[in-house]
Each structure stands twice: as C-alpha cells, then as structure tokens.
Design a protein around this ligand. Structure first.
Ligand SMILES: NC(=O)c1ccc[n+]([C@@H]2O[C@H](COP(=O)([O-])OP(=O)(O)OC[C@H]3O[C@@H](n4cnc5c(N)ncnc54)[C@H](OP(=O)(O)O)[C@@H]3O)[C@@H](O)[C@H]2O)c1
Length: 337
C-alpha cells in the first residue's frame, strides 16, 4: 500500500445500518486498507439520493450487514493498493462510488476500486463533485438517448427533481422540446420560472387530455418515467404511436401499470434504464469523452442546488428533511475537509 501524506488512522466514524430498514448510527470502526486495484478515499461530502433511500429499505441492492450506506460522494485518494490505475489516483480529488456490494460513502474513509473514481478538475467544487456520478451522468445519458433514437421531443416526470432540472437546462440549451410533469403547483411555477416551456401538473383536471395533445403536437416519442404505477399507463396512453417508455425509477413504489392495448395495437414499447448498465454497454473511448463532457457542464447545466448540509451524526435528521422536501434541492452530508 502506498500512502499520500501522513499515516492513515486506525479508526474512523462511519454510519452503520445493522439490518435492512433498520436505524442508522454513527459508530467507530476500523479504517479499511486498499487491496490490489483499490484506493482509500478520505471523504469530503456525500448526498442523499432517492437510490440511498431505496438502499436503506434493503429491497433495492443485495448487501451484507452491518452496512455503511451512501452510493456516491467526493474526497481525496490518500492510499492506493498495487496496480497502475490505483497508484495514478494517489493524491487526487475525486468523485467516487462504492465497490459492488461494499461499504459506501457515508463514512470518514471509503475503500473502492480505482475504476470507481473520477478525478475532479479544480473548477468543480468538492460539493458539486460529490453529486457528479449519478444525476449529471444520467441527464447527459438521456440526451444521448433522445438523439440516438431520433426522437423529436421527450417527456419527463418527477420533473422538479435535481435530475429533472438538469434535463430542462440541457434541452433548453440544445433546442430539444421537453414536456415536464410535476405533482404540485408550486413546482410547476418554479420550473416555468427557470425557463421550462411545457410543465403539467399530474393532479390537475384535464391533465391526461393536455398531455396527449402536447405529446402529439410535438411528436414526443421518448417518455422518461421515474414514477411508475398508474402514471405509466397514463403516459403510455398519451404518447404517440411507436413511442418508448423508459422506466428509470419507481418513486411511487407501485408496480408499473400498462394496458396491453398500447403495446399490441399502438406499437408502443417499454424499456428500463440504469446508468451503470447503459455505461457498461459503451466502449472505453465513448466513456472517456462522455465523462469529459459531463465535467464540462458541471458548473452550469449539470449543477445541483444544495438546500442543506448536515454532519454524519445528523444523518437521520437529514434524511427526514429530505423525504419531506425532495424538490427543494440536494441534502449533503459534509464529512471532512
Ligand atoms: N436509473 C438510473 O440510473 C437513475 C440515475 C439517476 C437518478 N435516477 C432516479 O431519478 C429520480 C430523480 O433523482 P434526483 O436525485 O434528481 O431526485 P431528487 O432531486 O431527490 O427529487 C426527487 C423528486 O421526485 C419527486 N417525487 C417523489 N415521489 C414521487 C411520486 N410518488 N410521484 C411523483 N413525484 C415524486 C419529488 O417531488 P415532490 O417534491 O413532489 O415530492 C422530487 O421532485 C429518482 O427517482 C432517482 O432514483 C435514476
């Protein structure tokens, strides 16, 4: 193991969950040591994302317990195991994600594979960098999907999310019509104020008819669905013949509901999107240029608004606030310098 700077401490504070769905506690645990191809990151910050809430239920990803949650973050690589990739990252400020089935970012230090870190240029702050690997990459991937599928326009629901706001800024700057769906009038107003041309409230009377009219007028044949449940049936019903519904989350918690008629008679399709799988299907050169274009847009279109910051010890309070105010902005756990 090669170390940058002073020695690595033996113990650290980490958030631990002892069973699926159980409470979180800040505990003193051993600092892990990186093995071959791995790095040790002194954590700076980590957000709370919907995928973290899903992870905490125990139903989303297979994990062993006790578990340190946290699916993305930022920090500095302070130690590296054997291998050229790991050694190259020593001393770098990075955006990072945990290893497959390993402990996560909600700790003072995280061990991960060198492949799961992306160096941060000076112009990207540690706070924004902590949120670079999930939403900005996904928003950029959606831009590829719309172009590669030659769609003239697209629909996105849960559109007041951080990801939804990134998509509004990207589509505005590239002239691609985006139909946004929210469920509260205050979010409708906020998205219009930030420049969204089409925003509908799914709880308004006449929503289905209005959605169908705009989808047909703009020929919106890519439907991005983060909600699921009955909203999926409404979206598919409103979309023009031949449209694709891309399920990318299940915020309603309900199974996706679809009328077979839409698929059989109107040639509509359903597909799923997960960033990791999408990236895995791409070559190395594409991935390098993709991450560079994400970094380029991080201070503008792909910036996340941070509504509040908390310490690791305040995680339960942070999560409770986040659950109640998701559209307000990102909640960040500030971990270290
Ligand atoms: N598949 C992938 O690879 C991938 C990658 C990145 C993100 N995602 C998903 O993208 C979505 C947005 O992520 P984010 O981090 O940007 O979210 P976020 O900023 O935390 O915001 C979440 C949004 O979801 C809305 N919402 C929550 N429950 C809802 C429901 N039952 N019906 C309608 N809207 C609901 C909230 O609106 P209210 O204020 O009305 O509650 C809020 O605007 C998440 O579902 C996330 O899991 C998926």
């Amino acid at each position: 193991m090669k170390i940058k700077g002073n020695s690595i401490p033996q113990k650290m504070t980490a958030l631990r969950q002892h069973e699926p769905g159980g409470p979180l506690s800040a505990e003193e645990v051993d600092v892990p040591r990186p093995g071959p191809g791995e790095v040790l990151i002194k954590m700076h910050a980590a957000p709370v994302n919907p995928s973290d809430l899903a992870l905490l239920t125990g139903a989303y990803l297979k994990r062993s317990y006790p578990l340190t949650p946290g699916l993305e973050g930022s920090g500095t690589v302070v130690a590296a195991g054997k291998g050229i990739m790991a050694r190259l990252r020593l001393g770098s400020r990075v955006a990072c994600s945990p290893p497959h089935e390993g402990d996560g970012t909600w700790a003072a230090y995280m061990r991960t594979t060198a492949m799961n870190v992306a160096p941060l240029p000076k112009k990207i702050s540690g706070e924004q960098g902590a949120m670079m690997l999930v939403n900005p990459m996904t928003a950029m991937a959606f831009m590829h999907l719309v172009k590669e599928g030659k769609h003239r326009a697209m629909v996105n629901n849960a559109a007041a999310s951080s990801l939804g706001k990134m998509l509004i800024r990207l589509t505005n700057s590239q002239g691609i019509p985006l139909i946004n769906i929210v469920r509260k009038d205050q979010e409708l107003k906020a998205l219009k104020e930030m420049g969204a041309a089409y925003v509908l409230n799914s709880t308004s009377p006449g929503f289905k008819e209005e959605l169908s009219e705009i989808c047909h007028r703009l020929n919106a044949t890519l439907i991005l669905d983060a909600v699921g449940g009955n909203q999926s049936a409404i979206l598919l019903d409103a979309a023009p013949r031949g449209s694709t519904l891309m399920a990318y989350a299940r915020l309603s918690g309900d199974p996706l509901i679809v009328q077979p008629h839409a698929l059989i008679v109107n040639e509509k399709r359903i597909a799923g999107f997960q960033l990791g799988n999408w990236l895995q299907s791409r070559g190395l050169l594409f991935k390098l240029s993709f991450i560079n274009s994400v970094k380029k847009h991080m201070s503008a279109e792909l910036a996340s608004h941070i509504s509040r910051s908390y310490s690791l010890e305040q995680a339960e309070e942070a999560i409770a606030h986040y659950r109640a105010h998701m559209s307000e902005g990102k909640i960040l756990l500030k971990i270290g310098s």
